[in-house]
Ligand binder design. Structure first.
Ligand SMILES: [Zn+2]
Length: 132
């Protein structure tokens, strides 16, 4: 069993749901703005029910619609939602330390402790903006 209590987990689950909902709205708004209402409609229908497969296909289309960043966030949230059930949920993937419940509520998709996240971001940023 992880360091997280049932109460922690239920708070994290609520936070996850809220973030997912907000992200969906953001994607829908972006699609409507760019006139890609066919995707926005599918997403509107998909939200709330369990049509994961339909949504997965839609997300594939969305990445073609220049919503990569949002799509990536959505996938991270979906992964976190599934990992909530795992006994190693809330443990840092790099060092294995317990990620504080407050951090997980604020950022349910977090897979690293703060120290490892900083290292990861520095490494990642270095790759992104490195010399060509
Ligand atoms: Zn760590």
């Amino acid at each position: 069993m992880s360091h997280l209590t049932k109460k922690n987990l239920s708070e994290i689950r609520t936070a996850l749901g809220a973030k997912r909902e907000a992200l969906l709205k953001q994607i829908q708004a972006a699609l409507e703005e760019t006139g890609q209402t066919q995707y926005a409609e599918v997403l509107g229908r998909g939200s709330g029910d369990s049509s994961d497969e339909a949504l997965a296909i839609t997300l594939g289309d969305l990445s073609a619609a220049r919503l990569d960043h949002e799509v990536r966030q959505m996938r991270e949230l979906d992964v976190a939602m599934r990992r909530l059930e795992d006994k190693d949920f809330g443990l840092c993937v790099d060092c294995g330390a317990a990620i504080p419940a407050a951090r997980l509520v604020a950022n349910p998709a977090a897979v690293r402790c703060i120290a490892c996240q900083e290292v990861h971001e520095k490494t990642y940023a270095g790759q992104e903006h490195g010399s060509i």
